[in-house]
Write a protein of this length. Structure first.
Length: 133
């Protein structure tokens, strides 16, 4: 369904977690706190963690997916002013890179293809397949 209306603190406030699948990153997970706009990478083997502040990115973070090919997470941001969702790649090193992909869907499901070339965005009966660049 297309985006619309305002998003406020009552509709936010969740933690979204995705685990990395590659052998090199198999002990790492990405946690997204949509309420305070933080992305946290945690290495479950070493207990090391890194917190990336996403408050400088326009919009509201709504979903996270791991991107093993690029050693990163992809974060979807709802843009209520335009009724679209935009995407940013956040590297394990903390680098935040805007991606060209946009969609009219508010992601309730988000995944990156195994080869790292596509972003899958789902909402109810709709699915968009977008380039991961």
């Amino acid at each position: 369904s297309p985006l619309g209306g305002e998003i406020n603190a009552q509709t936010l406030g969740g933690w979204h977690m995705k685990a990395f699948r590659s052998e090199a990153n198999s002990s790492k997970v990405a946690f997204l706190s949509d309420y305070d706009k933080k992305l946290k990478f945690i290495d479950l083997a070493t207990k090391d963690e890194q917190t990336i502040d996403l408050s400088g990115v326009e919009g509201y973070p709504v979903r996270v997916a791991t991107d093993d090919t690029n050693n990163a997470a992809v974060v979807a941001f709802a843009q209520t002013g335009t009724g679209t969702s935009t995407f940013f790649r956040v590297g394990l090193d903390g680098t935040i890179t805007p991606l060209q992909a946009t969609t009219r869907l508010l992601p309730t499901g988000l995944a990156v293809s195994g080869d790292g070339t596509k972003i899958y965005v789902g909402n109810r009966k709709s699915l968009d397949v977008l380039p991961n660049n």
